[in-house]
Design a protein around this ligand. Structure first.
Ligand code: SF4
Length: 507
């Protein structure tokens, strides 16, 4: 007789803290012998972001703590299963496709339980009441929130199985909405939280460029000042007007800059490594920017238990039309095979932060992925915020206007208003011939400083090395200057460098 069937209580673990807590409570109430733990990993195949990767590890820790095996519902072959509801009205369910696929796989398991074991399954979900999101007991981006709301789940288990399955939502039904499940799991169970449940901190990689300034503003509007940081790594070669610009932007946004300093200049790094940075290898970038950034991010995780999400101001070179942005965003616009060099650079940065930190760090590129393609960050900053752009962007225009300089005028006429990237005061060792020809024409003093730096290094180490290379060999800034003085600078001014700005211009 079906009515006399014994029940089996099945806690559905979704990867987050709420379902972990519910599973533990279910076992306490009904005993291990009458309870099962099922893990529905809806992200194992579909996740593009690294944030979900650690959730299956967390589920294993939870099962071990509870002392029951973890039954994984992950039928890869059936990932593209056809969803057919008995009621064909689509509006009946707002569950995400991946969730529907996995629930359908769960149903197959439950039908077997009924058929073969003659047991009646009762399901327990970690759905969370809105109050718990509002009072910050559960992270807003929790996996459990993604999993679907109570009425959608209820409906699914009423209409999809051969016979309706009873479902429960203990946290929604509970009276104590202040229950701090994260705290219990962290401090009583002593299990490290899954990354999707750690508190996020949104970090604008603030470089002194207009793109990163706008992205910082956008990020703060989306997540609130209290959850954001403006992060800046100072190489001590920065142009003073960049610092002015950054201070004004920070004040406009209303958030202080978190400045990290290695303490060495790029030149000092070259001496430490006995290697002069050039367009192929720039230890200065690795040491002063990348390394400092990674240390800072790991410390945020270790000391403050925060999960960083990085925001970069990289914009596409070309203006792509993105009328279908909501669709294309899913398939990711940041691709290593993009024809656009800046987008390839973004893909490289994303891959770097997925592989080099101890755990992957999520990176976002709103100017590529989400914001309107025709957004004019420079115009907004100048005319809406009333902040003058860093002089490096407009150095040619200023020289043309103030000094009536003929070369600067030609540059402006060709649409070159200043330097293409605003790091290290125009002295970037990754710059090529066009970059240094522009520096020589617009800011000869900075060119001279760099030439002297190169000469000092060569003399000190008695090595025939240089920042620029010609015919596969050394070609010093002194030689280059002499050539420009002899043959004119224009030959180099309008031939774009093949080198693309280093990662420093975006970090
Ligand atoms: S901007 Fe250029 S010179 Fe400055 S740290 Fe980066 S690679 Fe080195």
């Amino acid at each position: 007789m079906e009515d006399e069937r014994q029940s089996v209580h099945i806690a559905v673990l979704a990867g987050g803290v709420a379902s972990a807590y519910v599973a533990c409570e279910t076992v306490k109430k009904y005993g291990k012998e009458n309870t099962r733990l099922i893990f529905i990993d809806t992200f194992s195949k579909s996740a593009e972001g690294p944030v979900y990767e650690a959730n299956s590890r967390f589920m294993k820790d939870v099962a071990e703590y509870i002392g029951l095996p973890l039954i994984e519902i992950n039928d890869a072959e059936n990932d593209s299963i056809n969803i057919e509801f008995s009621n064909e009205d689509e509006s009946n369910s707002a569950l995400r496709y991946e969730v529907e696929v996995k629930l359908k796989q769960l149903l197959a398991y439950l039908e077997e339980v009924r058929e073969n074991e003659k047991l009646e399954p009762i399901l327990y979900f970690g759905s969370v009441p809105e109050e718990m999101y509002r009072n910050k007991k559960i992270c807003l981006e929790s996996i459990e929130k993604d999993f679907g709301n109570v009425s959608d789940l209820q409906l699914f288990f009423e209409v999809a199985p051969s016979k309706a399955i009873e479902t429960h939502y203990p946290l929604v039904e509970a009276k104590n909405k202040d229950l701090d499940v994260k705290d219990i799991i962290q401090n009583e169970w002593r299990i490290e939280l899954p990354r999707s449940e750690r508190k996020r901190v949104y970090i604008a990689m603030f470089s002194g460029g207009a793109g990163s300034a706008y992205v910082a503003y956008y990020m703060v509007q989306a997540f609130g000042k209290e959850n954001c940081k403006l992060f800046f790594t100072n190489t001590l070669w920065e142009d003073e007007d960049n610092l002015r610009f950054m201070d004004e932007v920070a004040e406009y946004i209303g958030l202080e800059i978190t400045e990290i300093l290695d303490g060495r200049t790029p030149e000092e790094v070259f001496y430490d490594y006995k290697f002069l940075g050039n367009s192929r290898l720039a230890k200065c970038s690795e040491e002063l920017k990348v390394r400092q950034t990674l240390i800072f991010l790991e410390e945020l995780r270790d000391n403050e238990k925060l999960e960083p999400v990085l925001y970069f101001g990289i914009a596409p070179h070309e203006k792509h039309r993105r009328d279908d942005s909501h669709v294309r965003r899913k398939s990711s616009l940041v691709r290593e095979d993009s024809p656009d060099a800046n987008i390839r650079k973004a893909a490289g940065i994303r891959s770097f932060y997925e592989h080099f930190p101890i755990e992957p760090i999520e990176s976002r590129f709103p100017l590529v992925e989400t914001l309107r393609a025709d957004l004019d960050a420079k115009g907004i900053i100048q005319f809406e915020w009333g902040i003058k752009l860093p002089r490096m962007y407009t150095a040619a225009v200023e020289k043309a206007e103030k000094e009536n300089d003929p070369i600067a005028k030609k540059l402006v006429k060709k649409g070159i208003n200043g330097f293409s990237h605003a790091n290290c005061g125009g002295r970037c060792v990754r710059g090529g011939f066009q970059h240094y020809a522009t520096l020589y024409s617009i800011w000869p003093d900075q060119y001279k400083e760099q030439e002297e730096m190169e000469e000092r290094f060569r003399k000190h180490f008695e090595k025939n090395v240089s920042i620029l290379k010609k015919n596969g060999g050394a070609y010093t800034l002194k030689q280059f200057r002499e050539e420009m003085e002899r043959d004119g600078v224009e030959k180099y001014l309008f031939t774009p460098d093949e080198t693309i700005p280093c990662v420093c211009s975006f970090s």
